[in-house]
Design a protein around this ligand. Structure first.
Ligand SMILES: [Zn+2]
Length: 431
């Protein structure tokens, strides 16, 4: 069956496209792009005032399956992804058990094929159980569909082990994703170390706890020649190091989260709302401004959510005991539109760069472009839609969002994955 997306602003900077035109999808592929197209039979999707872009991908998502299906499953997490405009997500390995063997990676791939509304690419652990003691079976996991490797949640604590990981990964030309957190510096830190941690009486998580490992891992990427992707950077110092590494021509990419772009430590008030407890923590205004600058000057390759669903009874604990993290899949695009596109800090082409091409390039995923013959993974965005972020808004099983109560501008209305709707008229389509 054919689909005709009529009258959208079609944007894909990779192929030099930014114009109002029509897109025809047939048999899961983009069949035609042009003006005044028609189809003999099929479905027409009126896209006036909407923006049609290559499918968005989130390279940093915690789907919680296996092990914590009360928080999220591959089913519910991919529903949330579709609701947020994503056609693909990369699943971090810190599940229970940790994704550290080929068969565990295959479980994710098979489960996603059976239950997922969008594509799911597993990320494997660097070390067995992400414990930092022994190399995991990187080759086996690659053969079963893993796309990159990370001990996200802990980070690889010793330089010697990180060197081994990178030497090994280099042989497969795969990407190591670094969660930069020196636990000997961070200790029990829960908020940015500084005035706010003092005022709130909470243990501080210093910028240096991140930056020392950013420096280390960039140096080790240089030594080993391994592709390095730095997760959820949060400080001015971190992005300055990435800028310098790129100027040197190193194979280093990085991501930043919406919560670090749009919130600061000053959003944590005396009510100690644990939805603002993140790892790394919300930082200073100066850090936030440096991240936005790095986003607009090309230092940052992608926006990734670090979607971290948690059960209400866990987030209801006191601040020091509650788990780290906010959900993110369903608010990321709206936050970017509200805070960056509507304020003319980013163009639609920039958004495609940061949420579609940059993420895929960072992890070496196959590109998705708006060209005839390409797989029809695409997202249609209604830039004028109003989004009330409340508990009933979410498709995720969890509602621990730092943006609860916000009113945002712009939302995905259609998501097409391989020519099949995962989202239609803004609503998730059950396959
Ligand atoms: Zn992490």
């Amino acid at each position: 069956m054919a689909l005709l997306f009529r009258g959208a602003r079609v944007v894909d900077p990779r192929v030099g496209l930014d114009e109002v035109c029509d897109v025809v999808v047939r048999d899961g592929l983009i069949a035609e792009i042009g003006k005044d197209l028609s189809i003999p039979k099929g479905t027409t999707i009126e896209c006036a005032e909407k923006v049609l872009v290559p499918g968005l991908v989130d390279v940093h998502v915690h789907l919680r399956e296996p092990g914590r299906e009360d928080k999220e499953t591959i089913r519910s997490g991919t529903r949330a992804a579709a609701h947020g405009g994503f056609t693909a997500v990369c699943a971090m390995p810190n599940t229970s058990p940790v994704t550290d063997t080929g068969s565990k990676a295959r479980f994710i791939v098979e489960r996603a094929a059976a239950e997922g509304l969008v594509r799911v690419h597993p990320i494997g652990a660097c070390t067995v159980g992400s414990q930092g003691q022994a190399l995991a079976e990187i080759g086996d996991m690659l053969a079963e569909g893993a796309v990159a490797f990370s001990d996200d949640g802990h980070g690889v604590q010793t330089s010697g082990m990180m060197r081994l990981v990178m030497d090994y990964a280099k042989q497969f030309d795969t990407t190591i994703i670094s969660h930069c957190e020196d636990e000997s510096l961070v200790g029990k830190g829960v908020v940015n170390e500084g005035v706010v941690s003092t005022r709130l009486g909470l243990p501080g998580w210093p910028s240096a706890g991140e930056e020392t490992q950013v420096a280390r891992d960039i140096r080790l990427a240089e030594l080993t020649g391994c592709r390095l992707h730095l997760a959820h950077l949060s400080t001015a110092g971190s992005v300055a190091m990435v800028r310098a590494a790129k100027a040197k021509g190193l194979r280093v990419t990085c991501e930043v989260t919406p919560h670090h772009l749009f919130l600061t430590e000053d959003d944590i008030t005396e009510d100690y709302d644990t939805n603002f407890k993140m790892n790394p923590p919300l930082r200073s205004t100066e850090d936030r401004e440096a991240l936005v600058e790095a986003l607009t000057d090309g230092t940052i390759d992608c926006i990734a959510t670090d979607h971290a669903p948690h059960a209400p009874h866990e987030k209801a604990l006191e601040f020091e005991l509650a788990p780290f993290g906010t959900t993110g899949l369903e608010t990321a695009l709206s936050l970017v539109i509200t805070n960056l596109v509507a304020k003319e800090l980013l163009s639609w082409g920039d958004v495609v760069g940061l949420m579609a091409h940059g993420p895929r390039d960072s992890l070496g995923l196959p590109p998705v472009t708006l060209e005839v013959g390409q797989v029809a993974d695409l997202t249609v965005i209604d830039p004028e839609a109003r989004v009330e972020v409340n508990e009933s808004f979410f498709e995720s099983k969890s509602v621990n969002s730092a943006f609860l109560g916000a009113t945002l501008l712009g939302k995905a209305s259609e998501v097409l994955v391989g020519g099949r709707f995962a989202l239609r008229h803004g609503k998730v389509v059950d396959a």
